[in-house]
Design a protein around this ligand. Sequence first.
Ligand code: TRP
Length: 373
Amino acid sequence: MAEKFIVTPWEVTGDVDYKRLVREFGIKEIDAHLLKRIEKIAKGSHHFLRRKIFFAHRDLDWILDEYEKGNKFFLYTGRAPSGHTHLGHLVPWMFTKWLQDKFGVELWFQFPDEEKFLFKEKLTLEDTERYTYENMLDIIALGFNPKKTKFLVDTKNANLMYREALKVAKKINFSNVKAAFGLTNETNIGGIFYTAMQAVPAFLPSVLAGKNIPCLIPHAVDQDPHFRLSRDVVGKLGYYKPASIQCRFLPALQGATGKMSASEQETAVYTIDDPETVKRKINKYAFSGGRDTVEEHRKLGGKPEIDVSYQWLAFFEEDDKKLEKIYTDYKSGKMLTGELKQILIDKINKLLAEHQKNREKAKKKIGEYLVKG
Ligand code: TRP
């Protein structure tokens, strides 16, 4: 029987069946042929693609066709500031950075600071303003090129955005939004309007340039309902329909319960966590595919498929050979859970040490990224 799971932009629970999502959302899997084509044009390979962490798309083949004809696209992604950044958030951004470098393209990064204010009872606009700043530091720390990266903050760039949002909003009615997002009659009217704001950066660069520019949106798959809805609308407004490329969720430390939740501190590792906290969280919570006793583990071997430390390494250990050796050693029983966890702890702490250094430096750079107007 099909397991129950929910994936909407505001809720992800249960053990996500990605094959089923592909069918239900009407997105396409990235097949071997398309993968090769991306790698050829990008002149490089990314482990998120090789491991099917980025696994699906809309119109990516068209984006590559246009690129090969000399018609460059721009990238668009975003982050609704509702708390500190955790490792799961970094996944699509790391990949976006790779795309920016490989294709030499602009990135428009949206901070819809009204979104979670509207959808979360307790969050104030002051909170979301503070988190906008904190989240910006994480994005800059990943090394996006300031000459090619533009930050749009919904409440600050309303002058530029609102006019375009109106054009989108006029073409979407309440029942469209209800169906796409599972909203109800009790949803506040700001929440009903919001998707119009998330559509805007997909064509705003075309508006500003006075010519049509293709748009590619890298995002976690829960955001797809927004773009499924707005693709047609953006097309009707006379712009290219935005293309997209979608990734899976980094599992919560406790295992198959959907994506990491920023509201549940202990299910996630934050970019500002210190090495001791990282060690404690992983040792205490990371769901283990190991056996009950060392003897049994040596005899039967571990289960990397359900082991969260192993799964996290599949996201963050770039070296295929190293990862494969970890897999076989763990599966054969040669490697114990404690050893596997230690490998992950070292990996994450190394990544975060570098990230935190860059995050400090980012404090002086924010001005270079903000869109004026
Ligand atoms: N809604 C997203 C979030 O909750 C933020 C966002 C805005 C976004 N625009 C986007 C995400 C484009 C991916 C792509 O964080």
